[in-house]
Each structure stands twice: as C-alpha cells, then as structure tokens.
Design a protein around this ligand. Structure first.
Ligand code: ADP
Length: 424
C-alpha cells in the first residue's frame, strides 16, 4: 500500500478512537463528537498553516514532482532505465567488474567469465586479488594497479591477450575493465616478425656487397673513384640501418633485461673514449662522475642506450662545441645519466616525437651525418627494459640535454656509501 494511504488510514482510525474515548469519558455521544470536531478543526488549521509555510514543491515541465522517490511512475521509469543500462553493460564484449576497496567482486558481466574466468554465483564477493594470484593480472592488482596494464595473458587462456585498466568509482569502489586485444597483438607480432626477417635476410647480401666494395681500390680505376666512394658510403649506411632494425627487434621481443650489476666507472670511460674517437678532436669532451653508484641491468643494452646519446651529441654539435657526459644520483635516489651538448638544439614541437622510428628533425642533416633515424628509438626501448625513461631538454641554437633516469631500485651503492645514504 502506498505510504500516503497508510498515513490517512492511521489518522482516520486515530480520530475514530478519540471520538469513542471522549464519548465514553463525558458519557455524552454528541458532546464527544462536538469536542472531537473542535479538536479536528484546530489540528486542520494548524496543519494548513504548516503547509503554507513550506516551500512550494518544484515541478518538472512534464508535471512530475522533483522528488522522484515519491512518484511511483518515476520510480518505475528509473527502474526500467537501470535494467536497460545493466543489460547494455552485460552485453559488452569487454569484461566489467565492480570492485569494492578490498578488491571484492561486487558485480560482473558475462564477458568477465570468458576473459577472466569469473562465474556466478561462486565468484560474487570473492577477492579478485586472491582469485587471480600467481597471474600477471593478480600481480598487477596486488601492486595497486595504478597504471593500465597494456598487455597481459588471460588467466585461463595464456594465448589470449588482455588490456586492463582500473577506474575509481565514487569514494571506495573501482571498475575493472578488461579488453581482448588478441587480434591486435597478433598483427603487432606479424609486423615485428616481418621487420626482423627482412632485416635478417638483407644482412648477408649487404655484407657481401660491402666486402667486395672494400676490395676495389679507387686508385686502380681513378675515373670511378667518386662512384666507388659513394657506393661504399651507401652500403655502410644500409648495413647500419639493418643492424639498428635488428637491435630494435631484439629489444622488442626480449621480455626482461639480462640482469647483472653493471660497473659504471668503466662504462663511462668507454663512452668517453668512443666520443673522442667519433669527434676526432673537434669538440671539448668532459666526464663528470658525481656518484660511485653502479646500476643493475644489462651491460649490452645500457651501453647501447648511452652510446647512442653520446654519438648523437657528437654528430649534432658543430666543431668547437663542448659535450659533457654526467653520471649522478638524484636526491630522491634515482640515477641520472646525462649528455649535455652545445649543439644545434631541437625546436620544442619535435621533442615529443624524437623517439619514434625514423623520426628526424632534419632528414638531410641526419643522413649527411650518417644517422639512421633509429637511435633514439633504441634508447627508449633499452631504457624501458630497465624501467627507466628519457628526459629531453633543448634550446635551438643553444644545445640539448638528454637524461636517462633510472629508478632508485636499480641504483647500486658501494657498501660504505649505502650506509651513509638516506633511506629512499
Ligand atoms: P639519427 O640516426 O637521425 O640521429 P636518432 O633517433 O638518434 O636518429 O635521433 C632522431 C633525431 O633527433 C635526429 O635526426 C636529430 O634530428 C635529433 N637529435 C638527436 N639527438 C640530438 C642532439 N643531441 N642535438 C640535436 N638534435 C638531436
């Protein structure tokens, strides 16, 4: 029964009871009725006054009261809309799981069954972290899931690739979204395989061509000396492109860096020697070692990333400029390897795209200086393997600073320094 009718029934019953009671008390039915009527009049005028003093209820253009909870038609409409919304979410091909702040699954759609292996009713209110423990997704949830997880194997089908994100809902709930990206991942794998295979197939013929060109002496055929030099230069460039593509393929397919403690002092000394060899006395090159800290990672990949930065600084700094190679430990414990040059600099709008494959600020200058357009892409991938990132600051005409920032967890301090260092 609606609430308003129930209240009317109770009031009527109350009045009848009061009239009977008064009639009994004064032993005069008519006097009892008169007294009850007088009391009713007083109560009604008091109620009318209260009603007048209340603000007028706002009404929507359609004539429905603004408090939908009091209007049965509006309640039915809202319930229908809610069901439609829930049916729509249930029909989504992506898994949607509503989680509380403890990671309990409060609700999930049928796709969560296919993609995450959640079944009703046994997994309703289960702890998802526990349910998916020892899987990539479980580890990600346990670590706080602060960043989206771009590619993870599905818990029940490792061949299926999922992309996941966790979105806060209200104060304490979160929405877990999982999308099947297997087709995309397959296409990406095909692209990687294609580039790796083509590069691999080109390597041998290029080595042969380059070898024969080296055998030919321009002095024997002076009329072809210029042509021979051009052919040598171009075959060397092609071989370098192939080598860079193979390095990129290796970095892309490698799942984790080959971890070992990497002594920074010898690595930095090697980088300086390489810079001097490339510069051939055209630049002032200095090495600033501000910390005795070493790094934990892959020597090969770290060398590849750092030497790309150093060779870029040499190539993009005109003669007479200076180049500083710097290794330091920041106040927050991170390791910073910087290469600071006084070269051509880079206009701001190019900076965000520099690590894309084959992206160059000036193609002609890059080619002239023997660039492949792949160096910074290799740097980005090699650093990514170490959870490190590249920071680029540059001023056209003034120079550039490229800094590789390594997480504190990868910075190894010598025992004495570690004792003295503040806890991170
Ligand atoms: P490349 O082989 O062409 O040098 P990279 O990927 O190493 O390719 O660099 C991409 C582009 O970034 C270069 O073509 C160049 O325009 C710019 N660049 C890289 N390092 C520097 C630098 N130290 N100073 C100025 N420009 C730079």
């Amino acid at each position: 029964m609606p609430r308003s009718r129930l209240i009317s029934a109770v009031l009527l019953g109350g009045w009848l009871l009061a009239v009977t009671l008064l009639a009994y008390l004064v032993r005069q039915p008519l006097a009892g009725f008169a007294l009850a009527a007088a009391l009713a009049l007083i109560w009604m005028s008091w109620s009318m006054q209260r009603l007048r003093s209340l603000p007028a209820p706002s009404v929507t253009p359609a004539g429905t009261p603004a408090h939908p909870g009091h209007d049965p038609r509006r309640v039915r409409l809202l319930a229908a809309q809610f069901r439609a919304l829930r049916n729509a979410v249930a029909a989504l091909p992506d898994a949607v799981v509503l989680l509380d702040d403890q990671c309990h699954a409060l609700w999930f759609n049928p796709a969560a069954g296919t993609l995450l292996g959640l079944q009703r009713p046994q997994h309703l209110h289960c702890n998802l972290r526990e349910q998916l423990r020892d899987t990539t997704i479980g580890d990600w949830l346990a670590a706080g899931a602060n960043e989206p997880l771009p590619d993870a194997p599905a818990p029940q089908d490792p061949l299926r690739h999922l992309s996941l994100s966790l979105i806060p809902v209200g104060e304490s709930q979160r929405l877990l979204l999982a999308r099947d990206i297997s087709t995309l991942a397959r296409l990406e794998q095909m692209r990687r395989d294609f580039v790796a295979n083509v590069s691999h197939e080109l390597r041998t013929p290029l080595t042969v061509i380059h070898g024969y060109l080296e055998l030919l002496d321009p002095e024997d055929v002076p009329q072809l000396a210029g042509v021979l030099n051009d052919m040598r230069g171009q075959s060397k460039r092609m071989a370098q492109i192939v080598e860079d593509l193979l390095t990129l393929s290796r970095l892309e397919t490698q799942t984790g860096a080959n971890e070992e403690p990497v002594a920074m002092a010898p690595l930095l000394a090697t980088l300086r020697r390489e810079a001097e060899a490339l510069s051939q006395g055209r630049h002032r090159i200095t090495l600033e070692v501000e910390t005795p800290a070493d790094l934990y990672g892959s020597l090969k990949d770290l060398h590849s990333a750092c030497s790309n930065l150093v060779s870029n600084a040499v190539r993009y700094t005109p003669s007479g400029g200076s180049i500083r190679i710097r290794w330091e430990r920041l106040a927050d414990g991170r390791g910073a390897f910087s290469v600071i040059d006084t070269g051509y600099g880079i206009p701001a709008h190019h900076i965000s795209r520099l690590t894309e494959r084959f992206y160059r600020v000036s193609s002609s200058r890059s080619r002239e200086l023997g660039g492949t357009g792949l160096g910074l892409s290799i740097v980005k991938h090699a650093l990514g393997m170490h959870q490190a990132r590249i920071d680029i600051r540059s001023e056209p005409g003034q120079g550039s600073t490229f800094t590789a920032l390594f997480p504190a967890a990868r910075v190894l301090l010598p025992v004495a320094a570690a004792d003295a260092a503040p806890a991170d």
